[in-house]
Design a protein around this ligand. Structure first.
Ligand SMILES: NC(=O)c1ccc[n+]([C@@H]2O[C@H](COP(=O)([O-])OP(=O)(O)OC[C@H]3O[C@@H](n4cnc5c(N)ncnc54)[C@H](OP(=O)(O)O)[C@@H]3O)[C@@H](O)[C@H]2O)c1
Length: 305
């Protein structure tokens, strides 16, 4: 495993994050096997949200971490708040009470990172600032960030929030690339030129804010895994060919492709299969050339101007 700072924190976080969204579907014994495999491969950073499994993912994680013998001070725990049934809520009261629930479920006294899960258009940034200050001063959260936010939404928050927002979760993977497509097609009429995110990729690099790509194997929230999708057969074949050449799995090549981008992203993998996780981590050692990176990009049906 390789390690990196998240944003400007200087911490030594693993390049890959294990996402625990699907952990609620596992027994504690199964989850302990997943955590043992992740830990053995060097993963020390775990992503949660208060809504995953209605809170059950965090409860199962806490029990599984104990069963797997993981020590709290060797782990970075991150969770997200702000999504409620039918609305988003960035009020101080909701942020603070959600964190208290998370700490209870994770059986810990602090989170390493707290992210705001999805933008709330009714956000009052002074409220977010008050919530974050309270959480930092009480020792309940060390670092803060956002998720699915564009540069202007982040700028608005940063006008009031005194602590630097260190991370932003955004979907990114070989079958989901709007972040880079727009950059290739500046000022063009074609669909790929649509700037859907306010140039978040370049903004993040300028601000030293870590992008944590979520669902790297999915096309989007509704179309599922790209490897099973008829529109991505060429991409899947291309990745498999590179995997065979390097003696690793297709999933490892997907990780290598994301890590090859100099933005120093920290992908979140959601597999709950211990063997798949172990093999995926081998992607850390695979170096793709510039030409190979573009070859994979083009095989997903993209074109360059
Ligand atoms: N901020 C946000 O809005 C947001 C949104 C979504 C997710 N997330 C975070 O991102 C994490 C990852 O999301 P994700 O789980 O959607 O990511 P993912 O890693 O793209 O997908 C994981 C799923 O794909 C399956 N899979 C992977 N390779 C496979 C293969 N070769 N054959 C069959 N199935 C395969 C896994 O099954 P197995 O378990 O069998 O391997 C698992 O069900 C989440 O846990 C969460 O922490 C954040």
């Amino acid at each position: 495993m390789n390690f990196m700072s998240v944003g400007t924190t200087g911490i030594e976080a693993s390049r890959l994050i294990l996402g625990c969204m699907r952990m609620s579907e596992l027994s504690v014994a199964e989850a302990a096997e997943v955590l043992t495999a992740a830990h053995a491969s060097g993963i020390n950073f775990y992503d949660h949200a208060d809504i995953y499994g209605g809170g059950k993912s965090e409860t199962v994680f806490a029990q599984a971490a104990k069963a797997a013998g993981l020590k709290r001070d060797e782990l970075f725990l991150q969770s997200k708040v702000g999504i409620r049934k039918g609305f988003f809520d960035f009020s101080k009261e909701h942020i603070v009470s959600s964190v208290e629930g998370i700490l209870d479920r994770l059986e810990t006294d602090h989170l390493d990172f707290l992210l705001l899960h999805r933008p709330d258009t009714l956000v009052e940034p002074e409220e977010v600032a008050a919530a974050f200050e309270h959480l930092e001063q009480s020792g309940k959260v060390k670092y803060f960030g956002v998720s699915n936010q564009n540069p202007m939404q982040i700028e608005l928050l940063q006008k009031y929030v005194p602590m630097k927002l260190q991370a932003n979760q955004l979907q990114f993977g070989p079958a989901h690339t709007p972040m880079v497509d727009a950059g290739f097609n500046v000022n063009m009429f074609d669909e790929a030129g649509l700037n859907r995110d306010g140039s978040i990729l370049d903004y993040s690099r300028l601000k030293e804010m870590t992008i944590q790509p979520w669902s790297p194997f999915q096309v989007d929230l509704s179309q599922g895994l790209f490897i099973k999708h008829p529109a991505y057969q060429e991409l899947t074949a291309k990745l498999q060919a590179y995997a065979d050449e390097r003696g690793v799995t297709l999933e490892a090549i997907v990780m290598a492709w994301i890590l090859r981008h100099p933005a120093m992203m920290q992908p979140i993998v959601g597999s709950m299969n211990p063997e798949r996780i172990t093999k995926m981590c081998e992607g850390i050692t695979v170096e793709l050339s510039r030409q190979e990176w573009y070859d994979i990009y083009l095989s997903a049906g993209n074109s360059l101007p």
